[in-house]
Write a protein that binds this ligand. Sequence first.
Ligand SMILES: [Zn+2]
Length: 63
Amino acid sequence: MDARMNETYVRLVCPDCDKDWEASPDDLPAHDEEFSCPNCDATRRTAEFTRTERDLETLKQFK
Ligand SMILES: [Zn+2]
């Protein structure tokens, strides 16, 4: 059974390579910490990977 629909997730997009994906806030660093794109290894603050303001708020809420 897939419970993913009920889980909180943050939608991400890489500003460098345009990879887009979703991740649980548990698997991400805080918004003001550095994070590396799993596709191209670009390192930026996690906040720069969040797709929308709402995704950023979700991340902040859980960190
Ligand atoms: Zn990338």
